[in-house]
Write a protein that binds this ligand. Structure first.
Ligand SMILES: C[S@@+](CC[C@H](N)C(=O)[O-])C[C@H]1O[C@@H](n2cnc3c(N)ncnc32)[C@H](O)[C@@H]1O
Length: 284
C-alpha cells in the first residue's frame, strides 16, 4: 500500500462500525430479524441521491440475473446488495476499507443475501481477479479518491469480459477550482483527485472502453443538496446516517458539497461504457 492509499484508507476506517449501525437500528425500533434494504438506506448508500440513483443506474445497466458483477469501491455494500436484489445476479464488492468490508459482510449475512453477494478488502488498483472474470462492472463514486485514474480503469477493463458493460456514477471536477473542504469523500485536498468531465471521459476511452451512455446529473445533485445549510453549534445527527462512515462533521461536508456544486467546482456524471468484443484483455 502506498502512503497515499494508506492515508485514504485511514479516512474510511471508523471504529466498531457494524455495532454502531446496530445501535442506530435498535434506537429506531427496527426488528433485526426482519431487516430490509430500505431500513439500511440512510447509512449504506453512500453516494449522491442514494437509493434513487441506484435504482436509476440499475435500469441503465442492462445487467441480467445470470451475470456476475464486480462492484468496485463498494463501501458497506448498500448498492451492491440492491443491485443483486433487483436483478437477481451475483455481485462481488471490493473496497479499500477493511472496516467497511467487515461491516458489508455482516450486514449481508443479517439480510441473508450472502449466497449471492460477497466482499473482499482490496485496492481497485490491484484487483485479485483473473482477466475477463466478470460480466459487468459497477462503480459508484470512488474515482474521487483515486489519483491514478488510468491504473484504476485499466484494472477495471482487464477483469471485465469482452462485450461487458461498466456502469460509473462519478463525481468529477468542473470549470472552477479549487474545492471547498472538507467534502464527504475527503477531509482535505490530499485525498481528493477530481478531473473535469471531458478528461474523465478521455481516461475511460483511453482504457479501451466505448462509451454508450453519458449523462450529466449535476443539476439533480444540486437539487439534492440545495437545503444543505452552513452548520452552527453542536451537530444534530440522526440515529443512522453516513456520518457513521466518515465523521460527525458531515453537515460541513454536505454544505461544502452544495457550494462546490453551485459554484461549478464539482459535477456529477453517470456513464455506461462497453469493453468491445474484438479487443484483447490488454488495454491500450
Ligand atoms: C463515497 S464512498 C462510495 C461507496 C459506495 N460505492 C457507495 O456508493 O455506497 C467511496 C468508497 O471508495 C473506496 N475507495 C477509495 N479508494 C479506493 C481504492 N483505491 N480501492 C478501493 N476502494 C477505494 C472507499 O473506501 C469508500 O468506500
Amino acid at each position: 500500500m502506498t502512503d497515499q492509499i494508506k492515508h485514504i484508507h485511514s479516512y474510511y476506517s471508523p471504529n466498531d462500525l457494524y455495532n454502531k449501525i446496530m445501535e442506530g437500528l435498535n434506537s429506531l425500533g427496527k426488528d433485526l430479524t426482519k431487516l430490509t434494504l430500505d431500513d439500511l438506506q440512510p447509512v449504506d448508500e453512500f453516494h449522491i441521491r442514494g437509493d434513487t440513483a441506484t435504482k436509476e443506474l440499475i435500469k441503465l445497466s442492462g445487467f441480467t440475473p445470470e451475470m456476475h458483477i464486480l462492484d468496485v469501491g463498494c463501501g458497506i455494500g448498500g448498492s451492491t446488495r440492491r443491485l443483486s436484489h433487483e436483478i437477481g445476479c451475483r455481485v462481488t464488492g471490493i473496497d479499500l476499507s477493511d472496516e467497511y468490508i467487515d461491516t458489508a459482510e455482516r450486514l449481508t449475512q443479517l439480510l441473508k443475501m450472502h449466497d449471492r453477494v460477497k466482499f473482499h478488502a482490496t485496492s481497485a488498483l490491484e484487483l485479485p481477479f483473473d482477466d475477463n472474470s466478470f460480466d459487468g462492472i459497477w462503480s459508484l463514486q470512488m474515482n474521487m479518491n483515486v489519483e491514478d485514474k488510468p491504473g484504476w480503469l485499466k484494472e477495471t477493463y482487464r477483469v471485465l469480459k469482452p462485450g461487458g458493460r461498466a456502469v460509473f456514477y462519478e463525481v468529477c471536477g468542473n470549470k472552477n477550482a479549487p474545492l471547498y473542504f472538507p467534502v464527504p469523500w475527503a477531509q482535505d485536498s490530499s485525498m481528493s483527485f477530481l478531473v473535469p468531465p471531458e478528461p474523465f471521459r478521455d481516461f475511460i476511452e483511453f482504457a479501451g472502453f466505448e462509451i454508450v451512455v453519458w449523462n450529466d446529473k449535476t443539476d439533480l445533485a444540486k437539487k439534492a443538496f440545495s437545503n444543505a445549510a452552513k452548520p452552527a453549534g453542536e451537530p444534530n445527527l440522526p440515529a443512522l446516517g453516513v456520518y457513521l462512515l466518515v465523521g460527525n462533521d458531515i453537515s460541513a461536508k454536505a454544505y461544502n458539497l452544495h457550494r462546490n456544486l453551485d459554484e461549478e467546482r464539482v459535477s456529477l456524471i453517470e456513464t455506461v461504457a462497453v469493453k468491445p468484443e474484438s479487443r484483447s484483455a490488454t488495454p491500450r
